[in-house]
Design a protein around this ligand. Sequence first.
Ligand code: IFM
Length: 723
Amino acid sequence: MWKITENSFDPKRLRHFETALTQGNGYVGTRATFDEHYPGEQRTTFVHGVFDDVPVVFTHLVNFPDWTALDIILAGERFSLAEGKLLEYRRRLNLHNGVLTRFVRWESPQGHVSKLIFSRFASLANQHLLCQRVLITPENYSGEVRIESRLDAGTDTMRYQQWNWLDQGVEDGSIWLRLQTSATKIEAAMAQKVFFSGGSEAEILMPNVVKMPSICTSCQAETGQTIYFEKFSSLCTSRECEDPKSGSLSILAEMAQEPWEAAYAANEQAWQKEWDRNDVLIEGDAEAQLALRFSIYHLLIAAPRTDEQVNIGAKTLSGYGYHGHAFWDTEIFMLPFFTFTRPEIARNLLSYRYHNLPGAREKALEGGFQGAQFPWESAGDGREVTPTWVPDPADRKSLIRIWTGDIEIHISSDIAFAIVQYWRLSGDDAFMAQRGAEVILDSAKFWASRLEWNPQTSQYHLSNVIGPDEYHDHVDDNAFTNYLTRWHLHTAVALAEWLKTYDAQAASLLFTKLGVDEQSLADWATMADQLYCPGENNQGLIEQFGGYFQRVDALASDFDPRTESVQSILGIEGANASQVLKQPDVMMLMYLLPELFSHETIQANYDYYTPRTDLTFGSSLGPSIQAIMATRLGSQADAYENFMRAARADIEDVRGNASDGIHGASAGGLWQAAVFGFGGLRVEDDYWYVKPHLPAHWKRLQFKFVWRGQEQLVDIRAQEEQS
Ligand code: IFM
């Protein structure tokens, strides 16, 4: 169960498969467009951290020159699936080694039959190396096989000129190209080299076409003779390399004797090492197994291994959705996978927030607050990049005001939560002392300045926010936000105490830097205690926000059958006026802070909110969390249904928007639903245990995680669970 397969060529599903079969290595991501061109394709390569300025959405990931394109001309006819006859077709992504293969038998309009086998991968062993190969066998003819390849810088797909061309040329048998982003001034260089064998002696030309240095190869092939075309592209940027051009050329110059075999073996070995640490084995459910590996694969190819200045965008590096911006999707949904299996990657991702504290401080200041307020959407430099207005998808001529950048403020606590989770798992005191504490304390300072004292209630409140459920905006006292804020303030006080004993000098320097003293800590503790948290005394149904129960009552199923979200049906105002939720907001709170709520309270809230949550077409972040909560309450059927909703999000393109990129949060949530939900893994301060709840037809669930630097293995078999 390692292969995602496309069995027929369907131009209508072009973009969906481009996303699903995306390849990458944590540095670069390339959508699975075909080697030859088709209308409607989105030929895209993104590199982490390479953003450039654009209007409205502030900044977006820049599309790199296309390294994949090939024009294949067989005995004078251009190979294209849009012409002639497709006799056999299969495209397959092997999740185990990241190799994408396409097998085609094609009859040209003139009746020439050829077998073509394409393979491609972004090396996990060398993140700057991209490899591609085509084997071509003429089956019933002989003639010229001609392949034209290039580095194509004409890929500015977003109307803006992202790249300034600097230079290009031919050197040591490779073509190369240098570019620079327009506003952020990041230099990138790419190089490319090909090897051609199998037929008559090859002719190789390297036309130095401006913005498109090319390599044209040709030879004569006999019937039944296989032509081997191997192509290697390299890519470096000034973000990690002093001289990107030399960097990219030297990678190709150093290629081994049998370059394809050597690069393939190195890549495979690197992947094997990954899966040894990260695989989750499910026996008894082939669909769930494949979907979970698909999710893990997409998390792994998006994970920055060598860079702590980048985050993972909500759509990873696999599509234009959200422009590469990162949200709480990373810390709450994707990060646990890394924290539990690849702590070094989790550390990189959390360090991104530490390095971007200046942006968070700027945001707090602009809002009239103190400390650090993390942006709802974050990109290259950690400043707020949520667009204020976007075109209304229902009527492109009008605009919709986006409020999340202004008032979806829970992200600061989500980040603090993720840091504490990482610390508990890894025991990485040095990280906490040197970086984590600064993030948590400075954002606690933000909360202290943001809380509103109400003399009538003699409590603090948080008005005018958006909670995780974005169908409702401008709400007061959102339960998720308030409870998380209280947790954050208490945590900051306890952390400050810990730091004083762990490293008194570091504590003193940090307190001075942040302007925090004993009085601030005492104030934070009092404020946390006096912060209104809905339902905390009666422990019954928790109102999602003040006045929620007065909204028009409606269930998500009232709108069935449907193919779109409740918000699309009711409109923004209509959904806001109803009780239907985009994602399970109170459940999310109970998932993160389970120790605060009794089983009965969780059950009561689950029973009330579940039918009111748009789990099918609302947020892709909802189903996995809903699945976990269902397992905890023993609702196995609900748990499995929601697990599979998350599992199918991108493989089946449930929301019809997979073409925008992989739903990274859903992928991370799926791993959590398997491990924390069905596996029932719980980690306490000094020990961990599992309380499994396997679906009835699962025979086995096995996973690994790292606890305090040691690998742990959990192997749950169905019989054991019953015993
Ligand atoms: O962060 C999410 C949010 O919770 C729901 N809308 C989409 C965002 C990006 O995935």
